[in-house]
Design a binder for this molecule. Sequence first.
Ligand SMILES: O=C(O)[C@@H](O)C(=O)CO
Ligand code: MG
Length: 260
Amino acid sequence: MPRFAANLTMMFTELPFLDRFEAAAKAGFSAVEFLFPYEHPAEAIAERLRRHGLTQALFNLPPGDWAAGERGFAARPDKFAALQASLVAALSYAQATGVTRLHLMAGLADRNDALAVVAYRKAVAVAAHFFAPHGIDVLIEPINGRDVPGYFLNDFAFARDVILDLKIPNLKLQFDIYHCQILHGDVTTRLRELLPLIGHIQIASVPSRSEPDDGELNYPFLFAELDRLGYDGYVGCEYRPRGATLDGLGWFAPYAGRAS
Ligand SMILES: O=C(O)[C@@H](O)C(=O)CO
Ligand SMILES: [Mg+2]
């Protein structure tokens, strides 16, 4: 049975951020994820997790100036100092929340630019080695170019090869099924092939990125496939509800309240 994490960046946005933890717990989630915690004190987030008995499944390393369009900087040779500072900034939040998975965003860069590729591999390795002694996995996530035009990491095979080449045990793949379907299709075969590398999975319907009960993917089949494959990590619900978050949780009813 998949273990679902509510994505508090996209779900329960009817509420202020810190109040979304309680709403997720009351809806039956035992874990949460979100993009970024950095606008709130780490201890405030940790207190909400404790108060509502929630596990922090994942969040992202600082991405740079998000409002100005930055989407990380791992593939940016000119931003290595910012990358190093982001590792330190994320560590205190990771330690406060107990999270054991952090997503390192690649940034906007050309994957055919050899300097960007070298910078990316270096940044990924530096990040993984930095977090290894803390028991934290570093995840890389291919993202489709319709949602993020110009994003460096836009290919699952490229991400697989980076992980296999670097051979760093705490470097893993963040397999967002929504992005995989848009980029390549053939989701089930890719899950089967990449399972040993996967550290986290995310879901949403395609093409609308709403609840996983609509669109071109058959999620009940994919959830059963994750069980058949023995996937025991989290499945992040990274979708934008069509309306009120609770009104769209019919798909989750069979799984709500299960242990994580
Ligand atoms: O899929 C996504 O968009 C996210 O998982 C993310 O981390 C960057 O936006
Ligand atoms: Mg994602």
